[in-house]
Every structure is written in structure tokens, then in C-alpha cells.
Ligand binder design. Sequence first.
Ligand code: PLP
Length: 385
Amino acid sequence: MTTLSRSLDTQLIHAGEPETRIEGAVGMPIFQSSTYEYTGASSYHDIKYIRLNNTPNHCVLHAKLAALEGAEAALVTASGMAAISTTLLALLSAGDHLLAQDCLYGGTHDFITRDFPALGLAVDFIDADDPPSWPSKLRRETRAIYVETMSNPLLGVGDLEAAVAFARRHGLVSIIDNTFASPVNFRPPQRGFDLSIHSCTKYMNGHDDIVAGAVIGRADLVKKVTHKLAHLGGSLDPHAAFLLHRGVKTLAVRVRQQNASALEIARFLECHPAVSRVNYPGLESHPRHDRARDLFDGFGGMLSFELRGGLEAAERLLDRLELPICAPSLGGVESLITRPATTSHSGLSRQDRQRLGIADGLVRLSVGIEASGDLIADLGQALRE
Ligand code: PLP
């Protein structure tokens, strides 16, 4: 059986592992060494040194993550934001222009709106669901198009296939933040994306105990990002690499349970009289449910909803819940709940949030791996009048 024909479940466990087990160790040991004996490397980037992200702990992860998305190469980074900022800085130079989806993760939005001008970089926002509007935003200097698999916090699913086709037609690099889907539900390189980015702080690691990121995709582009990372210094610490490596092995079992629980919870909420709106791509009522079904193997563990009682009712719900922890971040084994207006999207003006449809009372739930029946019972008691 060739490596390529193995299923994702098997790749998670075996892909990239050392061919000869190190001292017979089944678990990958932590290589807590900043530097390695010189063995004749002729290029700076081939010297083995911790900041160059090429210690055994890094190399194993690079091979495993590339295999998960069926890509040529991968790179791990010190955080999801290090992956995003380093990728954009590697691909864009002063004078260049980026097309980016309008409803992005708050940190990415802040980076491209607040830091780009001082670097001589320009950005225009596009509605990822409206490809006919994109050509009018294109400039001679446009170099890349940047989208997210599912938008945060409204769980919109843009026209991802059109984004790839548009990028090819106009010679742009296509980049997607695939954090919300994880490779279990969507593998962007197999759909033609040049680069797929992850905050591995979320599903990839899955245990809410590290910060890490990854860039997965075309080998020539990953190499460019790797060289930029060596300059900017956002390398992943070997101990965090070890934890990510351990966490990612259970990605498929965690995410499949999260997919199933989130769908059950979304259906429960949709029928609840106190709930006015549920955003989850797995619901037939989601405006892009058919597209999500075509593209994804599962609909993910993230959902958001609004209550008829607005902000006051949302605050009461958060106070009453016993299982989901009121905390930012997502994708871990613990269910986490937030109001995006005060966490992930607090950097946007109220006006911008309203334009994007993010109400002050919107609640976002990251479904963990607790029993779905217990989560539904908890939501039920917290929503009681
Ligand atoms: N991308 C998405 C979709 C996110 O939700 C986040 C963080 O919440 C990031 C990127 C940034 O990741 P990190 O916090 O690991 O830097």
C-alpha cells in the first residue's frame, strides 16, 4: 500500500514518523537542543538550528501535516498569527495589493488593515460569496487572494472553488485559513488552493494548551515562507511541537465527534423558542448548505446563534451555563462559549460589526467532546425563561 493511498486516520498516526524509531521510542522524543553538529551544509537554511525550524520535532510535523492535506510541503510556526503574517509578508512586497474576504478572523483583519499601510501594502475586501464583484477590485499590483473556509463567527461558506479559479485566471496566489474545518473536514490543496493556513492552537492540537500555527501547500511557496520565518523568528518551540504532534494524532476522532455533536446542538437550538437564528453550515436552513455538503466531509464543531431576548438574554445564558467555559479560542476538547462582539471581533467598530451581521448578542459556541446529550441539557436549562 503506498503512503498516498492511506486514509487520513492512518496518516495522522504514521505519516512523517522517523523511519527508524529513535532508541525504539514509540512516542516522538523532544529534541531540546537549540543547535546541531555541523555536517557540511552549504546553505544557511540547511544548517540545523532551532530558529530555522528544522529540528527533528519540526521535520516530523512538516511531513505529517503535508500528508494530511495531500500537499507538497508544510511548515509549523509559533502561532496561527505567525503563519498568517509571515505568509503575507513572504508573498507581498511594498506596492503590492491583496484581495481579502470581508469577514475575517479579527487578528488577521487587524494585521492587514493596521500594519499594511506602513509596509506600503494595500488591501481590498471582497464578499467571498459574490465572485462577479471580484474583478472590479482587481489591480495590476494584486498578488494574492485570501479567504477562510468558514467565516468567523457567522459560519458563512464562500465560493471557494471560484476563489481558486479566479486566482489561476489572474496569476494570484490563493490562500485559505482552514482552521475552522481542519484537514478532517476539508483539504484545500486537493481543491487547488496554493496555501492552506492553520492556527494549530485550535483543532490541530485540540487540547487548549499550546499556541502554534502551520502553512501547508506548494513546496516553492512554503520554502519562501520558511525563509521569511527565519528572518522574523516565529519558529515553534520543540516542546510545543511535541504537544502538537501528540495532539494531532487524535484529530480525526475528536473532529468527527465534534461534527456530530455540533449538528445535534444546532438542530436543538434551531427548534428552541428562545432562539431567533442559528448559523451552522450543516443545517438545511444555512444559505450555503449545498455548497458546504459538496466541499466538506463534515460541517465542523463551530456554530453561532442569536436569542430573541438579544444581548441581555445572551448574557444570562452565558452566566447560567455549567459546561461550556466562557473563554475565547476554539477547537479544543472543552466546549468554549463567547460573545464575539467582546472577544474575537472587539477590534472591529460596532458599525463594521453591524454591517457584517455580527450582533452584540451573537453567541459563538465551540463544541468540545463532552457528551452531546449533556451539552444539550445544559443549554436547555440555561435557555429556560
Ligand atoms: N485563524 C483563525 C480562524 C483563528 O480563529 C485564530 C485565532 O483565534 C487565528 C487564525 C490566530 O491563531 P493564533 O491565536 O494561534 O495566533
